[in-house]
Design a protein around this ligand. Structure first.
Ligand SMILES: [Zn+2]
Length: 130
């Protein structure tokens, strides 16, 4: 998602954050996503404080930036980047497999993956019930 140079209001930042959060928890672990966002937001706030800013709390813009940057271990491939199916034979992992579609082989999902996966699953669900 593109971030414009224009200053956004607190409400705009909140809405943008919620938007990413909704897409993220649709496809990855909510807790893990939140931990990543917290980590990045606190780092951003700490960097700002070093530059002698006045407030100590994490700013709404920093929460949003963190939400945009957070990546989470892909629950589809468990971080391997490869999706395998079929049965284990003699303790060997299934031979059938390919790059994981949910994270595009990265092993971690980022903001773009959250939105892409949510759109994909929404279409799949609509087809299934339609
Ligand atoms: Zn994956």
């Amino acid at each position: 998602m593109k971030v414009t140079g224009k200053r956004r209001t607190k409400e705009e930042l909140r809405v943008a954050y919620k938007n990413i959060q909704e897409a993220a928890v649709f496809t990855v672990d909510r807790k893990e996503w939140r931990i990543e966002v917290d980590k990045i937001a606190l780092k951003l706030a700490a960097t700002r404080l070093k530059a002698a800013a006045t407030t100590e709390e994490v700013l709404p813009s920093e929460w949003l930036k963190a939400a945009e940057l957070a990546t989470v271990t892909c629950p589809k491939c468990h971080g391997s980047g490869e999706y395998r199916w079929g049965a284990c034979v003699n303790g060997k992992p299934p031979a059938k497999g390919g790059p994981c579609f949910a994270c595009e082989g990265k092993g971690r999902q980022d903001q773009d993956d959250f939105f892409r996966n949510r759109a994909y699953w929404r279409r799949a669900i609509a087809r299934a019930v339609g």
